[in-house]
Design a binder for this molecule. Sequence first.
Ligand code: ADP
Ligand code: MG
Length: 284
Amino acid sequence: MPSHPVTVPCQYRTGKTLGSGTYAIVKEAVHIKTGKYYACKVINKKLMEGREFMVRNEIAVLKRVSSGHRNIVTLHDYFETTNNLYLCFDLCTGGELFDRICAKGNYFEADAANLVRTIMKAVKYIHDSGIVHRDLKPENLLFRTPAEDADIMIADFGLSRVMEEERFHLLTEICGTPGYMAPEIFKKTGHGKPVDIWAMGVITYFLLAGYTPFDRENQHAEMEAIIAGDYKFEPTEYWNNVSQTAKDFVSECLTIDPTNRPTAAIALEHSWLADETAHFVPDP
Ligand code: ADP
Ligand code: MG
């Protein structure tokens, strides 16, 4: 219980902070009438000055789309005060994928394929709804419960388009790593659905190896590596037990030209993901 509970417009009481990201703080919140727990995302309205209309519009879309898929965090409620926006989502209690990867070191290939397939299906659903996530990364993938086999949930999407300018600024100024961003974002030649597939390639690499493909000594070098598509499946000791099919999947997602990158539907047909019952045997 928080020492100084704050009442979010009448109906909710907020508790501990669950996390913070690029432009928001997320707090646990209990709906007073029902006693149900939610995750309440608090966004400072200063960050969206002049774009309030777009943000409200986007929230309406988010509310509709988010309730339609089991692996997407549902937006239940929305309100605002003079200074803040409040978005109430499903509460995920299982933590971020990022922390699970760090705790495990890396995932077994079959487990990684199952996770990537589930996330890719949800990405396809988002894309089919006309939305680009734009910020897919293990910090935005949450487990519904602490159970080992808990559902993986996509969080933090929809608003990035309208928050973009601010976000890009904050990303490069404060948050450091551009690690999951596609080359065309830096080249400013587009940032449509293919950016999510690129990010899925980086996430898959991270799941398999326990480190990211474009990690460099500084942000500038990292950006250059991304633009050049400069990564390797090395050091080999981390990749010896990974199949060629998995590496091929990663390579396809990390196609530099977004027009040649697979769509979510095509990625799901890749042999690494297509057979849900497959067991992976590493190459000799
Ligand atoms: P930002 O847009 O600022 O990145 P996010 O929506 O990603 O905000 O939320 C920031 C962090 O808060 C997440 O990385 C996660 O740790 C936590 N969080 C977000 N949504 C939820 C949720 N529905 N349940 C539990 N924790 C959440
Ligand atoms: Mg986030």
